[in-house]
Design a protein around this ligand. Structure first.
Ligand SMILES: Cc1cc2nc3c(=O)[nH]c(=O)nc-3n(C[C@H](O)[C@H](O)[C@H](O)COP(=O)(O)O)c2cc1C
Length: 308
């Protein structure tokens, strides 16, 4: 059985979601915060809230940072270490042009010189454990090669690889052959990430890569929050049971967000995003009804129909 890591998903897996998922459902070895970045010389207050240890009590969570230089890296690392964290995940995979055009996320893969400078700081910060989440490259599926040479010589707990390039975003061909090469070459445990949706696929990955460090799942866990628990416990739930768990998590989240966001319109908009990836589980008709609900009242009526 491989450990399952919950992928960071900006706009979805915030502190409230991670905490609620962990306590209500489980099956996850580690959660990651969506990437924390430097904006106008500081960390946004929203991100500070997300990494505040008070909001992450008991939850096994690693803050993730995105950076374009050793200056940003050092600033974010210091800020996170000050909060008492001992693990930090480095984002070298984000494909959003807003980040990559400044050389952050997968944009960093085209700059092995900066990766090497960051690696030398990592070697000095022996009190911290770092991991890397990366792609094959920004627009070239071979960019990982010089970067891996540096990473192999850097102390890391693991590398998570999403075997696409940045320009592919989250769709299209997944390069399993290239994943296999990274898996062979890496001196660190490698976690596979990308398009895993069924328990059968999780078992296939175990067989295909016997020395895998784990699996990271994102969108499929948003749609089916019990997926990791079902895999870990070796008991696949019926469709009705999966929907039941999705709804229970939804109700708990709604209770939590109602204390944080102001007014019905904001609460509706926040809760609506919760269903963005749920179509495979709830079906097209129910999905459309929730997405087009327009206000909180219609929304709640559409959600309550799921269990009919
Ligand atoms: C809406 C959205 C937000 C994301 N935010 C982050 C992020 O903050 N940090 C990160 O490393 N990856 C982020 N990702 C990528 C996911 O962590 C993951 O690598 C990707 O969804 C592929 O895994 P999956 O097919 O299991 O969903 C994001 C993906 C999506 C769709």
């Amino acid at each position: 059985m491989l450990p399952i890591h919950f992928a960071p998903l900006q706009g979805h897996t915030d502190d409230v979601y991670r905490r609620t998922h962990y306590h209500l459902i489980g099956g996850i070895q580690r959660y990651y915060t969506p990437f924390v970045r430097v904006e106008a010389g500081d960390i946004r207050s929203k991100d500070r809230r997300d990494i505040d240890p008070k909001n992450n009590l008991e939850v096994p969570v690693t803050p993730q940072i995105i950076f374009k230089s050793t200056k940003e890296f050092a600033f974010l690392t210091d800020e996170i270490a000050t909060q008492g964290y001992h693990t930090i995940d480095l984002n070298m995979g984000c494909p959003f042009p807003l980040q990559t055009r400044h050389g952050r996320g997968s944009g960093l893969l085209a700059h092995p010189d900066i990766v090497a400078e960051v690696a030398s700081i990592i070697k000095e910060r022996t009190e911290l454990s770092f991991s890397v989440k990366m792609r094959l490259g920004w627009d070239n599926a071979e960019e990982w090669m010089p970067v891996m040479e540096i990473l192999n010589d850097t102390p890391l707990t693991h590398i998570t690889l999403h075997p696409r390039t940045g320009t592919q975003q989250y769709k299209g061909f997944i390069d399993h052959e290239a994943f296999g090469r990274v898996y062979e070459v890496s001196r660190h445990p490698v976690l596979y990430n990308g398009d895993l949706t069924t328990i059968g696929q999780l078992h296939e990955m175990e067989e295909r890569y016997p020395h895998l460090g784990g699996l990271m799942i994102g969108r499929a866990l948003l749609a089916r929050p019990s997926l990791a628990r079902e895999y870990v416990e070796g008991r696949e739930l019926s469709h009705a049971e999966q929907v039941e768990i999705l709804c229970t998590l939804h109700h708990k989240l709604m209770e939590e967000y109602a204390n944080i966001v102001k007014g019905d319109a904001q609460l509706h908009s926040k809760m609506r995003t919760y269903w963005e990836y749920a179509e495979p589980l709830i079906g097209h008709k129910a999905y459309k009804k929730i997405m087009k609900s327009g206000n909180l009242r219609n929304y709640l009526a559409a959600v309550s129909e799921l269990k009919d």
